[in-house]
Design a protein. Structure first.
Length: 353
């Protein structure tokens, strides 16, 4: 059997959707399982032996109709028996249409059901603490009636060399071995997903005051200006615990660094999802416009906790559309003072350090 899973999106989405591949491998150990993703997300798939081939949806496929059609016809030529479309947007619809696959599974969407042999209801509310992001992906396996115990947890794989390189980096920066290490997911993937820098500094101060720990900042070199704003706003006693220059050169090195941390706190995004896939406890601060029910995955009130403005001031968000929430996100973030959830961070730290 030849199977293609499609998930053309960001790191978190690709990582979560990899659970489809993992469970397909358990059910069909001899199948060829391929995964179509954006090129930038490859690092989170390295070492995953459940995936035979990673097919790349590149920038040229987005910019050129000719290149896109070339890709679609290449996929048709691979003659897949089964396609599972976890992306379910125009680009993947066209690929599925041209594919010639015998069986095609995706979410049920008005006007698109003719493309698929199996249309799965798109759940609106989570049934478990796995969260909708995971539950929706697993629902795409239901039409196959797999005779296995489904594993719902995304996983990352770190090589011995990568892990040793991270340990060496910690030693170079003289990270104290007698203290636990906390990663701060300092900045979101965009401004509208980034908690107020002023407030984030207060969060970091609270962590440093509450526990004697090492603190690392997760940021890209191009984001150093914002990272420095947070660092400079922290108290001197907090700054002494921050290893500001300890960074990875790429996504794989970040994964290895995260593997040597004890937990993560901060903005929702790829860093949080990667930390969870490494089995690390997480505390997430969600943007006001993001739906917590989707990405608050594995939430158990102990190892995985998240906070959203809606938890504290629901009237501010009531009856507003996503567009309205995005427009008002800067002002809504100002309503989301760290004092609202300090007790939750304190509980999280006590339970996980």
């Amino acid at each position: 059997m030849k199977i293609l899973v499609i998930q053309q999106k960001m790191i978190g989405d690709v990582l979560v959707s990899s659970i489809i591949c993992n469970n397909l491998r358990k059910a069909y150990p001899d199948a060829q399982i391929d995964y179509l993703v954006y090129e930038s997300t490859i690092p989170v798939l390295e070492g995953n032996l459940n995936i035979d081939n990673v097919l790349l949806f590149q920038e040229k496929h987005r910019k050129s109709k000719r290149e896109f059609l070339n890709l679609a016809h290449e996929i048709r030529g691979l003659k897949y028996d089964l396609i599972i479309d976890a992306y379910s947007k125009l680009e993947s619809w066209l690929i599925v249409l041209i594919s010639g696959a015998k069986r095609k599974i995706s979410y049920k969407k008005i006007g698109r059901t003719f493309l698929y042999t199996d249309n799965v209801p798109f759940a609106e509310f989570p049934k478990t603490n796995l969260g909708l992001a995971i539950e929706r992906r697993l629902s795409l396996l239901e039409p196959l009636d797999l005779k296995i115990e489904v594993d719902p947890f995304p996983k990352l794989y770190v090589t011995d060399k990568e892990n040793q390189d991270a340990i060496t980096l910690f030693e170079y920066h003289q990270v104290r071995k007698d203290r636990k290490t906390i990663m701060i997911s300092l900045l979101g993937s965009e401004n509208l997903k980034t908690y107020s820098l002023e407030f984030m500094a207060k969060v970091v101060d609270f962590i440093a005051d509450n526990q004697d720990v090492n603190i690392l900042f997760n940021y890209f070199p191009k984001q150093i200006k914002d990272a420095k704003i947070v660092f400079d706003a922290c108290k001197a006693s907090t700054q002494e615990k921050i290893y500001f220059d300890l960074l990875g050169n790429d996504l794989r090195s970040f994964i290895a660094i995260m593997n040597n941390c004890d937990l993560i706190i901060g903005n929702d995004g790829g860093a949080i999802n990667m930390a969870k896939a490494l089995g690390k406890p997480s505390f997430i601060i969600f943007s006001p416009w993001i739906e917590k029910k989707i990405w608050a995955t594995l939430e158990d009130g102990v190892h995985h906790i998240s906070v959203h403005l809606n938890d504290f001031k629901p009237k501010l968000l009531a009856e507003k559309t996503e567009k309205e929430l995005k427009k008002n996100t800067p002002s809504l973030y100002q309503e989301f003072e760290p004092e609202l959830f300090k007790d939750k961070i304190e509980l999280f730290l006590k339970k996980n350090l």
